[in-house]
Design a binder for this molecule. Structure first.
Ligand code: NAD
Ligand code: UDP
Length: 381
């Protein structure tokens, strides 16, 4: 049966140029597009490791997915691919906080300078763009600067796309290089729309998590690499080491299951009239925990999944300077206001945090525990 959009109109096939489509979010989006739509994915990335399972020529959708191994910084084929597609989705970025203060130049280039040609090609060729920004563009909440008694009012911490200010720390706190570069890209897209008619949608993900996020150091990433918190905590659990709580793990996050998030992105693809010209917060306000609480929930879920006694799992407080180095700073709290996405796309998140952690830790255990056990049983030199 033909799929219809939210207004009851049949959805026509689109060729989607997905830049950075070989990463965590891209891999889940490709899976969904192949299994449940008739859209075509033209994936551009430096690596296909996370989508190789979708590229086998014997699969029923083989004619609807192609992979172009390219670095968009240096490859002139990009414009041709954008021109030949109906829609471009830009996911390419350096987006692990450990890089923001240690590789600020790469971070700024990746999140701002490298996005400029993508935006330009979309404007010049009159192609629609869905661009991935971040909830981090809001920076710190107003509430974080107020005495405790004032912080209870949602207006001091709820983040609204069309109202909230963007509050970053000083330049020497290089943590904000990412947020600032992303914000500049959002502003460039908005200006291209205002002056040259670019059709755009900007997505602001709030800590989307699930299988295939980042890497496990020493297994499918560098042994001294520092991924985002889900993979850091998974790595510690797999190795039987304490989970490190940066500055005590007091910061709070709302976590959204990747599969719920992908439903929102597909609604944006299929409903351009409702999505063009909007910035969307995409998060789950019901899944808010402190990082310390996240560690506790992950220890509980992992002890069940791996059949290890909960008493063998622990946490350890570390300073942000020891963990990330100089120039780190943190977002205190990120609660998405959901008014715009609910009104425009009738999307709501579904999966509670304990359920999504169960599924994800099962995946982490199945995928990595053998390699880690092999590594740990090797005699050390
Ligand atoms: P990811 O690192 O898994 O994916 C990014 C992909 O971009 C990677 O596969 C990488 O190889 C590719 N890439 C980077 N530079 C490239 C280049 N020069 N040429 C070609 N490919 C390049 O990250 P993700 O979690 O999938 O995030 C995707 C987007 O969503 C990013 O823009 C990120 O800033 C944004 N975002 C994600 C989250 C989240 O919760 N996962 C939160 C906020 C923002
Ligand atoms: N964090 C932590 N221990 C870790 C990794 C991260 O306490 O091993 C904290 C980090 O300081 C931040 C939160 O977890 O407060 C989320 O970090 P993440 O890297 O996932 O990205 P962010 O949400 O800050 O963009």
């Amino acid at each position: 049966m033909a799929r219809v959009n939210l207004d009851g109109n049949p959805i026509s096939m689109q060729a989607i140029c997905m830049i950075g489509g070989g990463g965590f979010i891209g891999s889940h989006l490709c899976e969904k597009l192949m299994a449940e739509t008739n859209h075509k994915a033209v994936v551009v990335d430096v690596s296909s490791d996370k989508i190789n399972h979708l590229l086998d020529m014997s699969l029923p959708w083989a004619h609807r997915i192609e992979f172009h191994q390219m670095n968009i910084k240096t490859d002139s084929r990009l414009e041709t691919l954008i021109k030949a597609s109906d829609l471009t989705i830009n996911l390419a970025a350096i987006c692990t906080p450990a890089d923001y203060n240690t590789r600020p130049l790469d971070t700024i280039f990746s999140n701002f300078i490298d996005a400029i040609p993508v935006i330009k090609y979309c404007t010049e060729n009159k192609k629609r763009l869905i661009h991935f920004s971040t909830c981090e563009v809001y920076g710190k909440t107003i509430g974080s600067f107020l005495p405790e008694e004032y912080r209870k009012d949602p207006k001091y911490f709820m983040l609204k796309e069309d109202v909230s200010p963007c509050i970053f720390g000083p330049v020497e706190k290089q943590r904000w290089s990412y947020a600032c570069a992303k914000q500049m890209t959002d502003r460039l897209i908005y200006a291209e729309h205002a002056e040259n008619g670019l059709k755009y949608t900007i997505v602001r993900p709030y800590n989307w998590i699930g299988p295939r996020m980042d890497f496990i150091p020493g297994v499918d990433g560098p042994s001294d690499g520092v991924p985002r918190v889900l993979a850091c905590f998974s790595n510690s659990l797999l190795r039987g080491e304490p989970l490190k709580l940066v500055d005590g793990g007091e910061s709070k996050r709302t976590f959204l299951y990747i599969k719920d998030a992908i439903d929102a992105v597909v609604l944006m693809i299929d409903n351009p009239e409702r999505a063009n010209g909007y910035i969307f917060n995409v998060g789950n306000p019901d899944n808010e925990v402190s990082v310390k609480q996240l560690a506790e929930l992950m220890m509980k879920a992992y002890s069940k999944v791996a059949s290890v006694p909960a008493s063998s799992l622990s946490t350890l407080k570390v300073s942000s300077e020891d963990f990330y180095g100089k120039g780190y700073d943190d977002s205190d709290r990120r609660i998405p206001d959901m008014t715009i996405i609910t009104r425009q796309l009738a999307w709501k998140p579904k999966t509670p945090l304990d359920e999504l952690l169960d599924v994800t830790l099962q995946y982490q255990h199945q995928t990595y525990s053998r390699s880690i056990q092999r590594e740990l049983s090797k005699p050390s030199n």
